[in-house]
Design a protein around this ligand. Structure first.
Ligand code: AMP
Ligand code: GLY
Length: 426
């Protein structure tokens, strides 16, 4: 098969490497891709959100399958446009992608179908939101933009002043444009977080191996929120009991709810979960593979990803045998100096071979460019240095050994990826 992957980050690099393992893969294309991806797949200049452009590219390349990885094209309906042209696709259509595209939709869905989540109220004018905050008077308070906001639409306000400021800048200041003209204010939950990506064809749901993200920029979960500074899999807080509870109270009910709403979800449904003292609750749904969760999940998949994608498209996921390796995986993100705030681009990187790799690990490229035989930085999160091992410690040792071999000016990374999981294992 000739396969086009839409997107250009570490997640897409991980998807491409797994597709490359399949004997059914003849040729891999990616748009826009990045420096590291370009060493494994032919890359194009069409933006991931350019629906007409991607449809035209798929036609020009006469591909057999298109994998749409990022949230924005999914929410905009790229899969609908590709399906209308007869392409086999991986990813939910617009009607189903709303589960990530609108927090108001997803919260109301959970309420209607009794799926456990934080208590919430919805507001479109700041005066009522502020009156509600004052009447609840409970902090921290969680304020979320309704729509997509590049992963930055969630504010955990520690006091009334911060909460009022967040509400005003989202609703009145249009901080995230239309995405924040409506906000959800919800109860603050506590407990370890677990990410579970799942394959689903709308009828059957197959959870992948669990993982843990590290969202804050600095060691000890300090600093600003980021897209994710590292991940490990499996997540020790996702015990067999938790998994069973999730399947019964969250995974199946969600798939069935989407079907009942006429929004059958096909693709990867991401469950962002919190294991609270009162049971597992949904923090968020994503309509796609997580980034950087995918980087630690797919290396542990012991099945053919092309077979899985095709079965999902055909509604035959029940026929595929999906197994996982009995190993651990870790991904340490190397970021540009300044990230998650402003950072420079175009800085030369050293320590990688001509494929952008280092022996003993896999380096998934997130924000890089390949020019004149050199790798240059081209984004906030630059690389995801990923290793598997018999234990989490073994995987982490390999990731960190490789991280030390790669250098670029201003590079920063967390030195404590996996520590919380290691202490939980003891
Ligand atoms: P999100 O962008 O929805 O993944 O949210 C970012 C982070 O905010 C999550 O990973 C959680 O750590 C935190 N968060 C979101 N909602 C809540 C909540 N209701 N209670 C506590 N923390 C939350
Ligand atoms: N790592 C979190 C996400 O993909 O949304």
């Amino acid at each position: 098969m000739k396969i086009l992957v839409v997107g250009g980050g570490g997640r897409e690099h991980a998807i491409i490497m797994k597709l490359a393992e399949s004997k059914r893969t003849e040729k891999l294309y990616c748009t826009p891709g990045n420096g590291g991806i370009s060493r494994y797949a032919e890359c194009f200049d069409v933006a991931a959100t350019d629906i007409d452009g991607v449809v035209a590219l798929a036609k020009q390349l006469a591909v057999d399958m298109v994998v749409v990885a990022p949230d924005d094209p999914l929410v905009l309906g790229m899969v609908d446009a590709l399906n209308a042209e007869g392409f086999m696709t991986f990813g939910p259509d617009k009607a189903a992608a709303i589960i990530e595209g609108s927090k108001v939709f997803s919260k109301d869905l959970m309420k209607k179908y009794n799926i456990p989540t934080a208590k919430y109220e919805i507001f479109s004018d700041s005066d009522s939101a502020i009156a509600y905050l004052k009447s609840e008077n409970s902090y921290p308070a969680v304020i979320k933009a309704d729509g997509l906001a590049l992963g930055k639409g969630v504010i955990i306000a520690q006091n009334e002043e911060e909460a009022i400021e967040a509400v005003k800048s989202m609703i009145d200041g249009k901080q995230f444009g239309e995405s924040s003209s409506t906000v959800v204010i919800e109860e603050f939950l506590t407990g370890p977080e677990v990410s579970v990506l799942s394959f689903t064809d709308g009828n059957v749901v197959v959870p992948m191996i669990s993982s843990m993200d590290h969202k804050r920029a600095l060691d000890g979960d300090k600093g600003l929120n980021t897209g994710g500074m590292g991940t490990i899999a499996p997540n020790p807080f996702y015990t067999e009991d938790v998994a069973k509870e999730c399947m019964e109270t969250i995974f199946l009910p969600t798939i069935n709810a989407m079907k009942a709403e006429g929004r059958t979800f096909k693709g990867c449904l991401y469950f962002g979960l919190m294991v609270t003292p009162k049971g597992v609750k949904v923090i968020e749904y994503n309509c796609r593979f997580g980034d950087p969760e995918t980087q630690v999940v797919l290396p542990l998949l012991d099945a053919d990803l092309v077979d899985i994608f095709e079965a999902i498209y055909n509604g035959k996921l029940a026929d595929v045998d999906i197994k996982w390796k009995n190993e651990c995986c870790s991904c340490v993100v190397m970021a540009s100096g300044g990230y998650p705030q402003s950072y420079p681009k175009g800085i030369e990187m050293n320590g990688m071979d001509d494929k952008g790799q280092v022996d003993g690990v896999f380096v998934y490229h997130a924000g890089t460019k390949f020019a004149d035989g050199k790798f240059l930085t081209n984004g906030g999160r630059v690389l995801g240095v990923t290793a598997t091992g018999e234990s989490l410690q073994a995987a982490l040792d390999k990731s960190y050994d490789a991280v030390k071999k790669i250098t670029f000016e201003g590079a920063h990374y967390r030195t404590d990826i996996g520590q919380r999981a290691l202490s939980a294992n003891k």
